[in-house]
Write a new protein. Structure first.
Length: 541
């Protein structure tokens, strides 16, 4: 527990993570607030039917455009993309507030709200993809995901609460006005964040690049499986929004406050669960906690069918909220580990689009199932579907967990202390470390020979080597030093011979992977250039 608290404290002490999490803490309640405010406006404008039209009008464009909007998080520095998303939201929220304040026609109001909702789709993918760049250790990354989950649970309370107060004081225009000021302020805050460099695919082009998230998922079966669970979970949440209303009014006779109370129970559980997810920090294997989350979300929802009164329903939904926090943290962390960092924002963009579509599906499907099968059967189906699927694919999920395992910490530390890889963020260093090839050589063994074709880059983990040219000694290198880069970068034969002076443990990187790492990272390329200049100055090579 002391180590867990230490990792949480390290997240708070990390200025960049602190700013990004604070901005998310402000963003998340405003996301709920704008949704409630526009539905209230729609209801006042045209009743229940108008609410349904408004919901579809806001969700469908956002669901379609989310994967494309999210590519900003991969095409530009993510801290800038995140700041831009907050600033654009602030501006579009201000436009919506102005349209409401001046009583402009409803199509103008809805158009502004649609622009705002589309801008919102960029925030969560960029936030989740920048965390691996800002975190300094895998433990910090899990802690940051846990804190993100805590903030989302907290937003379930504070968002609707503050929205209700502002609606009572002034109406929807006040909600959007406050949202505009808050998000522009958070955009300015995030502008002060500077993330570590990351590896990007220089072959990636804007035309078709927005589909890179889909292509990455196509070649990553494990990531597709995780995304399928996340989408299924969102369908359940969308259905639950409807079912809690039906349960409160039609079954438990709880009155007007009933739906809010049942929804709040999920939020309370989410907060408790988020606090409990700190126990995941430092764990390499997350599949057990993932399965726990799936089961603890689903089974209590199914048991609501047998609830004898409001208290039992509230308790069961609170337990489901706890499970949701475990599911959210483990699925996000596994997805962050399972896909390449250069397309991570676009993968989360696909998730964001699917989530919005899934909410709509769940909201439409629930009333149909209730009318066809009844309330109790619908709760059973909603609760047990994903746990049953998890039982069927348990081996595949465990395989995803194994494949997403962290790299050898010693190899990560070794890369961190080299000048060319040191500027990279955690996710990029992990990516390089997974491609390292262990090589053990004995004293006197020739590692590379002058004049040969270059095929690998080497880092010394332990031991030492001597570098010579035409028989003349040039340098002695030890643990943490690297060699072999000149032939790869200049596409020339090896310029020197390297011989082990004792038992030596090396880590090698194939030519293509080395070039992708150093040329795909601007900071890494600068650091490599400076190091090569230094070596040329020392050895004249």
């Amino acid at each position: 527990m002391r180590e867990t608290n230490s990792n949480l404290a390290a997240v708070v002490r990390n200025p960049a993570l602190r700013r990004v999490l604070l901005a998310f803490a402000v963003f998340r309640p405003t996301e709920s607030a704008q949704w409630i405010a526009i539905l209230v406006y729609a209801y006042r404008d045209g009743g229940t039917r108008s609410m349904g039209v408004a919901a579809v009008a806001l969700l469908i464009p956002a669901a379609i455009l989310a994967p494309f909007v999210a590519q900003a998080g991969d095409r530009m520095p993510r801290e800038r993309a995140l700041a831009l998303s907050y600033l654009v939201q602030g501006v579009t929220a201000g436009m919506t507030a102005a349209a409401l304040a001046f009583s402009l026609p409803s199509p103008v109001v809805y158009a502004c709200a649609i622009l705002l909702n589309v801008a919102i789709t960029a925030t969560r993918p960029t936030h989740l993809s920048i965390l691996p760049e800002l975190a300094e250790t895998p433990e910090q990354l899990t802690a940051a995901n846990a804190l993100t989950s805590s903030l989302e649970g907290f937003a379930i309370f504070i968002g609707p609460l503050l929205t209700g107060v502002m609606l009572a004081i002034r109406g929807p225009e006040l909600v959007f006005g406050v949202m505009a000021v808050a998000l522009i302020s958070m955009g300015a805050l995030v502008l002060a964040v500077h993330a570590r460099s990351r590896i990007v695919d220089l072959r990636d082009r804007p035309v078709g690049g927005a589909l890179a998230g889909f292509r990455e998922l196509r070649r990553r079966p494990g990531a597709r499986l995780l995304l399928g669970f996340v989408t299924g979970q969102t369908v359940v949440i969308g259905a639950l929004d409807v079912l809690t209303v039906v349960l409160a009014y039609g079954v438990l006779s709880m009155g007007p406050a009933g739906p809010g109370l049942l929804s709040a129970a999920v939020g309370v559980g989410g907060l408790l669960g988020a606090a409990a997810t700190v126990t995941l920090i430092g764990r390499e294997r997350l599949a057990p906690a993932f399965f726990l989350g799936v089961v603890v979300v689903g089974v209590p929802i199914a048991l609501v069918a047998f609830a004898s009164g409001p208290a039992a329903a509230v308790l069961l939904l609170g337990v489901a909220g706890i499970g949701k926090s475990f599911f959210d943290v483990t699925s996000r962390t596994l997805l962050q580990r399972s896909v390449d960092d250069d397309v991570l924002a676009r993968v989360f963009g696909v998730q964001e689009g699917l989530a919005m579509a899934a909410l709509a599906v769940g909201s439409v499907l629930a009333p149909v199932l209730v009318a066809w099968l009844g309330v109790d059967a619908t709760f059973m189906i909603a609760g047990l579907s994903l746990p049953l699927v998890a039982l069927i694919v348990v081996r595949r999920v465990r395989s995803v967990d194994r494949e997403a395992a962290l790299s050898d910490p010693a190899d990560v530390a070794l890369l961190r202390q080299t000048p060319i890889f040191g500027p990279l963020g955690l996710a990029s260093i992990e990516r390089v470390a997974r491609n390292l090839i262990p090589i053990e050589v004995a004293s006197g063994d020739i590692v590379i020979r002058e004049g040969e074709e270059g095929d690998r880059f080497y880092v010394i983990r332990t031991g030492a080597v001597e570098v010579s040219r035409s028989g003349d000694p040039l340098a002695k290198l030890g643990a943490g030093d690297f060699f072999g880069e000149i032939a790869l970068l200049r596409d020339v034969p090896r310029t020197a011979t390297v011989v082990a002076t004792g038992p030596t443990s090396l880590r090698a990187l194939e030519r293509s992977q080395f070039l992708a790492a150093v040329t795909g990272s601007p900071a890494g390329a600068v650091a490599l250039g400076e190091e090569m200049d230094r070596r040329i100055g020392e050895h004249g090579s």
